[in-house]
Design a protein around this ligand. Structure first.
Ligand code: GUN
Ligand code: ZN
Length: 644
């Protein structure tokens, strides 16, 4: 198996996943195939939807003497006539629904292996939401026992060990941690079907978050029994990689059509609000005229078109850096999903999410409603402002929101004030307090909020502004207006120095500006845009400022300075001895070569690459956070920029 991060956003990722039977891009959906009753055949699924992986049920095959014999003889791929990757489930769910399953946990794993399943599932104990904590604890204990007994039998087969624990976050996390320590490959989150059936999405989000905390971040995570695309984007943002859907068939049998916003009864529709091939080919009355079984097939196809389209949308959102925007849009379609999004505001959860959140994105942040202000990126900005940014003076002039960048919009006022007074200049913006020095930094210039925001956002921002200004004397900018304007005066170079110091501290930590910028500073600006490009300190090129996100690219000379002032482990990625010659040649660092990493580094942060003796080897940009670097065995951890 390989599983490698290609793109990322929120705690979601686009990965390449391979089994013996091929490769798929995640997040992805495994359609459920019932070997007794295929509404749509696997071949047809491959042709229409490019299905490369699906899930079928080993228990159903095992129960039927005919299927069992055929599967043992020719393999499960022949049995269902599909040459892509096949995952099998174990009968846990049937045991939960019908309660009549008598199966030996080891035997069903061996059976899955013997029929050539690519990913087999242990016979976990389905934990229901109604269980007491004692009952749930027993189930978790038994699930872990069975997982331990199962791993020695997997051989070539990848083994899926579902995380149980009912609605108890500590149990979920414990179960995830225990299972992660075993020789398993794939981690479904189980026992969540009843939560989804009852639209208990807030509880579902808590289950996913708790499981993810305990799981090895380098392993694929599957949300077991999740087939409705409404919840895909949120689950992906929390770190789920796979879904499985029998919903497409179940809903079709019930005459229901799946949409991105929810479900509609076919009988209630007078038009088809969809442009999939089915809805383009037929009108409502034409579909009604079909015989019942053919109509079911067409509805099932529609359901799959919608489901796969949502996954393409999600992957595009991750690639483009707008996954949170998509999640918030989807949540606004359903009050229960809205509740789930509200769970993420809780301090523990936002802090966890912040570890995975990229420090910069390709696209601007769009406000979608009251939830936006709680995004991990904004939480990070507000936190860093308090812990990393040092106001220079005792007095602050506070400006109202203007157009971005604020130092341009208020350039005259700024010139006049800075010429006469030693004051901090801060905008009370819709995103929070923004010192002018930071106004080009992600996400401040790269965010779009409406002129008037909701009351909740206003209150949160008001708090953030008050907290930030609590130790300074505040003057509203109107009261500075009496200052005379001086037309000949241009914005002083000192403001540029204030900008590069402030951004350095925010990006690398307090003290970075002193480390990087003590000496004779020359600031080179773009002739075309007038924006800061390169920073030379005592003749050495230490930093470059990126036009896209107003953050710095660290040059080797800057790396030397940070390395001297910031002690291990700060800003460091430590590589094992074997990797040292490669890094020195400028090669990037693969995750398997990482020995340790600063826990405060985030994806896409600038970093120092050092050996085990803390000798600086290179500077680069991280692609993973610490937990990921230490658990992934495949893929790149740091993109090396300049080596010694
Ligand atoms: N299908 C849906 N939920 C589950 C679960 O918790 N465990 C297994 N094995 N299969 C499932
Ligand atoms: Zn359609």
């Amino acid at each position: 198996m390989t599983f490698e991060i290609k793109e990322r956003d929120a705690a979601g990722r686009v990965c390449q996943f391979t089994t013996k039977h091929g490769s798929v891009t995640t997040p992805n959906l495994l359609p459920v195939i019932n070997p007794n009753k295929m509404i749509i055949t696997p071949k047809e699924m491959k042709k229409r939807f490019g299905v490369e992986i699906l899930i079928t049920n080993a228990y159903i095959i095992h129960k039927s003497p005919a299927l069992k014999e055929l599967a043992l003889q020719s393999g499960v791929h022949k049995l269902i006539d599909f040459n892509g990757s096949i995952m099998t489930d174990s009968g846990t769910f049937q045991s939960y629904v019908y309660g009549d399953v008598t199966l030996d946990p080891v035997e069903i794993v061996q059976f899955q292996r013997d029929i050539g399943s690519d990913i087999g599932t242990i016979l976990d104990v389905f934990g229901t939401p109604g269980q007491t904590k004692d009952e749930a604890t027993k189930g978790v204990k038994e699930t872990i026992e069975r997982a331990k007994k199962s791993t020695p039998h997997k051989r070539e087969m990848l083994l899926a060990c579902p995380v149980q624990g009912s609605v108890y976050p500590e149990l979920r996390e414990h179960c995830a941690r225990q299972l992660s320590a075993l020789d398993a490959d794939f981690y479904p989150i189980g026992g969540v079907v009843p939560l989804m059936e009852n639209q208990r999405y807030a509880d579902l989000a808590r289950c996913i978050l708790a499981a993810k905390r305990g799981l090895d971040p380098s392993k694929p995570v599957h949300l077991f029994g999740a087939g409705h695309p409404l919840i895909f984007s949120l689950a992906v943002a929390l770190g789920c990689d796979f879904f499985d859907s029998s919903a497409y068939a179940k809903y079709a049998n019930d005459g229901r059509m799946i949409f991105q916003w929810g479900t509609e009864k076919f009988d209630d529709l007078t038009e088809l609000p969809c442009c999939c091939p089915v809805c383009s080919k037929y009108t409502v009355s034409e579909l009604k005229a079909l015989d019942a079984s053919e109509r079911t097939v067409q509805l099932a196809l529609h359901n799959l078109y919608i489901s796969f389209a949502e996954l393409r949308t999600i992957r595009a959102a991750i690639q483009g850096g707008w996954l949170w925007e998509l999640v918030e849009q989807r949540a606004s379609a359903n009050p229960f999903l809205s509740e789930a999004l509200q769970v993420l505001r809780e301090p523990d959860h936002v802090a966890w999410l912040e570890h995975y959140e990229p420090t910069s994105k390709k696209t601007a942040m769009f406000y979608t409603g009251p939830q936006t202000i709680y995004r991990p990126t904004i939480y990070r900005y507000h936190t860093r402002l308090l812990t990393r940014f040092e106001p220079l003076f005792k007095t602050t002039v506070l400006f109202p929101e203007g157009t971005k960048p604020y130092s341009m919009f208020y350039s005259q006022e700024l010139k006049n004030i800075l010429r006469q007074k030693n004051v901090n200049c801060v905008v009370h913006s819709t995103i929070g307090p923004v010192p002018f020095e930071l106004d080009e930094m992600y996400p401040l210039a790269q965010s779009v909020f409406p002129a008037t925001v909701d009351q909740e956002t206003k209150e949160i921002v008001q708090h953030a502004v008050e907290r930030f200004l609590k130790d300074t004397d505040v003057i509203q900018w109107e009261h500075c207006l009496m200052l005379e304007e001086d037309k000949s005066h241009t914005l002083d170079i000192d403001f540029d120095k204030r900008r590069i110091s402030a951004v350095s501290d925010m990006q690398f930590g307090r003290g970075a500006s002193e480390a990087l910028l003590s000496g004779k500073i020359t600031i080179i600006k773009s002739k075309r845009t007038g924006k800061i490009r390169n920073i030379i300190c005592d003749g050495h090129h230490v930093l470059s400022m990126r036009a896209e996100d107003g953050l710095f690219t660290l040059k080797l000379q800057g790396g030397h300075r940070l390395h001297k002032s910031f002690k291990h482990p700060l800003l460091r990625v430590v590589v094992i001895d074997d990797a040292v010659p490669f890094v020195k040649e400028g090669k990037s660092v693969f995750a398997k070569f990482v020995a340790d990493c600063d826990p405060d580094l985030r994806p896409y942060d600038e970093c120092l690459i050092v050996d085990k003796n803390d000798t600086l080897l290179a500077v680069g940009r991280t692609l993973l956070n610490r937990d990921e670097m230490l658990s992934f065995h495949q893929g790149m951890a740091v993109k090396t920029r300049e080596s010694i």
